[in-house]
Design a binder for this molecule. Structure first.
Ligand SMILES: Cc1cc2nc3c(=O)[nH]c(=O)nc-3n(C[C@H](O)[C@H](O)[C@H](O)COP(=O)(O)OP(=O)(O)OC[C@H]3O[C@@H](n4cnc5c(N)ncnc54)[C@H](O)[C@@H]3O)c2cc1C
Length: 390
């Protein structure tokens, strides 16, 4: 059998795989990155113009060092690219002072000595006249927050990886992964490649590929694909909402749901206007059969509350798209070796909040696959926290 040989194969070139590909290629590793789609696409989790970047992490303070590491890398990538990747706008997180989003952001910021301000409704609305902060709520202002453009970021990661000698194979669907004594063989249609080690960064398809591996003990983890929505309004008062004067924002609906959105940015791909969405549990789906058509219920769901919170941003939706979350059972990422074969490194379960960390994840994945461990503090994302054998 005629096969191409590599040191490492990165399976999946969404945000996470693309970042790992870049890190590996920049270390001089003979790496190939593989994706089933020809170009940057809208089938997975890494599309839709913008992602929130924030550091004072309410999900868990252990993410803070990874965000700090990523911030510097995003700034570097932005400087080297001719396209917009990282836009520093600051961010405002609105909710009850005792609610988890404000409370835990504050705890993470205090723990790591990060800059922030707590603003009452009057001061918040004085600074950002488009905001309407309810009387009994408070605004956590994070000056280092901002926006990342996922399409431009992936393009830049891949371009830098290729410039360092990495190879990309796009339009190639991975059909089988076989573990042999002297390497891992990956079947792509009637083509095969062989690598000493692999990084599996297959987004919502990760679990299906893990389940298909002929390994004992089998890995018992749940990674649940969920349908999510992204909408763009034609705002009533766009002059109040430009990136130079308005931050990224989120309003807590309750402890499990957030409405969030972005200022109007120029030179990003995709629809114009104000992007708005909700971070909350979505409809469980098969990633190959996700309901892509959208209806009035979806529109109402995305817009609900916007008129009261940011009336200037309210207006009819002129674009509404779907996207996939891949939820782990505890909402935290999984970054670890396969317990039955350490030639496989798993990157999955990014649970709707992974993009901002791509530079740190790429670096840690390169460490794990080459050296067995990472200097970055990623142990809390290991499989040890689950009972994974079955
Ligand atoms: C609506 C929405 C909003 C979000 N907002 C934020 C945010 O504000 N901030 C933030 O930090 N994060 C956010 N996230 C999360 C973040 O975007 C994801 O965590 C991240 O994009 C996950 O990237 P990934 O590389 O794991 O997955 P993906 O981007 O899905 O990449 C997986 C890749 O694997 C490929 N693949 C799958 N099967 C095969 C196969 N058989 N053969 C070859 N290739 C295959 C796919 O084609 C795909 O390109 C959001 C996500 C969504 C959906």
């Amino acid at each position: 059998m005629d096969v191409d040989r590599y040191e490492v194969a990165v399976l999946g070139l969404g945000g996470v795989g693309a970042a790992a590909f870049q890190s590996l290629a920049c270390r001089g590793v003979n790496v190939v990155g593989i994706d089933r789609f020809d170009s940057i696409h809208e089938h997975g989790s890494s599309h839709g113009q913008s992602r929130i970047f924030r550091i004072a992490y309410f999900e868990h303070p252990d993410y803070v060092p990874l965000a700090v590491f990523s911030q510097e890398r995003w700034q570097g990538l932005e400087e080297r690219s001719s396209k917009r990747i990282f836009i520093e706008t600051g961010g405002v997180w609105v909710g009850p002072e005792s609610g988890c989003h404000v409370r835990e952001s504050r705890l993470a910021a205090d723990h790591h000595g990060l800059d922030y301000e707590l603003l009452d409704p009057d001061e918040s609305m004085r600074r950002w006249p488009a905001l309407r902060v309810p009387r009994q709520q408070i605004c956590f202002h994070e000056p280092d927050a901002g926006i990342i453009c996922p399409e431009h970021a992936i393009e830049a990661f891949l371009a830098e990886g290729c410039a360092e000698g990495g190879r990309i194979m796009r339009g190639n669907s991975i059909e089988r992964i076989e573990l042999e004594e002297d390497g891992v063989v990956v079947q792509l249609g009637n083509q095969w490649i062989r690598a000493r080690r692999i990084v599996m960064a297959l987004g919502s398809w990760t679990k299906a590929h893990l389940d298909a591996l002929d390994l004992r003990p089998r890995l018992n983890i749940d990674l649940e694909p969920q349908r999510q929505l992204l909408g763009w309004t034609r705002p009533r008062q766009p002059e109040l909402l430009g990136e130079e004067r308005f931050p990224v924002w989120l309003f807590a609906d309750n402890e499990d749901s957030i409405q969030y959105g972005f200022p109007i940015c120029h030179d990003l791909p995709g629809p114009g206007g104000v992007k708005v969405a909700r971070h909350c549990p979505g409809e469980v789906c098969d990633p190959d059969a996700i309901r892509r058509t959208v209806d009035e219920t979806d529109e109402r769901f995305v817009l609900e509350g916007l008129q009261e919170r940011i009336p200037a941003a309210f207006g009819p939706l002129h674009s509404l798209k779907t996207c996939l979350y891949t939820m782990s059972t505890d909402g935290h990422f999984i970054l670890d070796h396969h317990p039955a074969d350490d030639r496989i490194v798993i990157a999955g379960g990014f649970s709707g909040h992974g993009f901002k960390f791509c530079p740190a994840l790429g670096e840690a994945l390169a460490d794990l696959v080459l050296e067995g461990g990472s200097g970055l503090p990623v142990d809390f994302l290991g499989l040890g926290r689950f009972n994974t054998e079955r």
